[in-house]
Write a protein that binds this ligand. Structure first.
Ligand code: ZN
Ligand code: ZN
Length: 363
């Protein structure tokens, strides 16, 4: 039996649904083990249809063999051309009257095709986060995979930054980090590597450029490996050569904010309470406006997933959730500092998966 499908199935009546059509590729993988990912917004490698009796993976002939090899606990149905017609027909055969769908994972074109196929006897109902809510709490195997991704990420960070020289460009550094993660066993990147040096470090999601890295300036590196589908997310801020007084002062505030949060967060708190542990330190130091994003976010098959850990996040942290703790201070024209760990929420605290050192490099 596929327990994830079973949990989803049991959640349907409370949502007023007879069945749900799952189109998001992370959700599809989570439920069935099917690893295919869409390469464009309009393409689809398939859908999962779960009703109280049936569970299908509907896919096209190109993916049929892969699907049969990978999925468990669902029946594979292969359609020729019309995924939404196949989904609606399967739903109709299962006696479905109220079909949930994932509004964020269907283009308007896809939705209209589904609407036409559903006709007047199947009502389509938006079902936000039906699977994402299940994904938020990780089981032991998932935690092991994120841990492995974090280890690869940490090792690549240490290996590459320990030999870093002035004059290396942001793009060269990003490539070294990416190449090393792959060599150490990452199957892919969890996301595009961020390297921002000097003023570029003031952009939380700086795109690595041809700018050479100078001694004394902050360098924000945000990187993550993907391992068997699962992501790691790590940020460190380093400096080549002597650090200036301003760098040390801001770095110290961000690090204190992060450590304050990491020592206080535990299951049962709201995400906004967790955010406040770090934000308070930065506010008190007078840099509140310069911490312009949430403290963190869930990490799993997707690098950004439920729960968001922000100022106004009502989500309650539960044991087994994996989130990031990443306070930052950004000062336009000068640069910025962000320090990010990936952590597991426990009953009485957290387990920190990211182990890359937080000392700023020599200087
Ligand atoms: Zn990150
Ligand atoms: Zn992050």
């Amino acid at each position: 039996m596929n327990s994830r499908i079973e949990l989803l199935r049991r959640s349907l009546p409370a949502k007023g649904l007879d069945a749900i059509l799952v189109s998001n590729s992370y959700n599809r993988r989570y439920l069935t083990g099917f690893k295919a990912m869409e390469t464009t917004l309009s393409a689809t490698a398939g859908h999962v249809l779960v009703s109280d009796q049936a569970a299908y993976l509907l896919t096209n002939p190109i993916h049929a063999e892969q699907a049969r090899a990978e999925v468990f606990g669902v029946e594979v149905l292969v359609y020729e051309r019309e995924p939404y017609l196949a989904a609606a027909n399967a739903a109709r055969d299962a006696g479905v009257k109220r079909l949930g769908f994932e509004p964020e994972s269907l283009t308007l074109t896809a939705f209209r095709a589904l609407e036409r196929a559903a006709g007047s006897n199947i009502e389509l109902i938006t079902a936000e986060n039906a699977v994402e809510d299940l994904r938020a709490r990780k089981d032991a195997d998932e935690i092991t995979l994120v841990h492995k991704a974090a280890e690869i990420t940490d090792r690549a960070f240490v290996e590459v930054t320990s030999g870093l020289r002035e004059g290396t460009t942001e793009a060269e550094l990003a490539w070294q980090l990416e190449k090393t993660m792959r060599e150490l066993g990452a199957e892919a990147l969890a996301f595009d590597t961020v390297v921002g040096a000097g003023p570029n470090a003031a952009l939380p999601h700086a795109i690595p450029s041809a700018k050479p890295i100078k001694a004394g300036e902050p360098v924000v590196i945000d990187m993550g490996a993907r391992y068997e589908g699962y992501c790691a997310d790590l940020t460190r801020t380093i400096c080549i050569g002597q650090t200036g007084e301003r760098f040390r002062r801001i770095y110290d505030i961000v690090l204190r904010a992060q450590l304050a949060a990491e020592s206080a967060i535990q299951a049962g708190q709201t995400a906004s309470e967790a955010d406040a542990f770090a934000r308070r330190v930065i506010d008190d130091a007078g840099f509140g406006a310069a911490f312009n994003h949430s403290l963190g976010h869930g990490v799993g098959l997707a690098v950004h997933e439920i729960p968001r850990v922000g100022k106004d996040s009502p989500a309650v942290l539960e044991e087994g959730m994996i989130v990031t703790v990443e306070p930052g201070i950004y000062i336009p024209g000068w640069g910025g500092v962000r320090i990010e760990d990936t952590v597991v929420i426990k009953d009485n605290g957290i387990e920190i998966l990211s182990q890359a050192p937080k000392e700023v490099l020599p200087g």
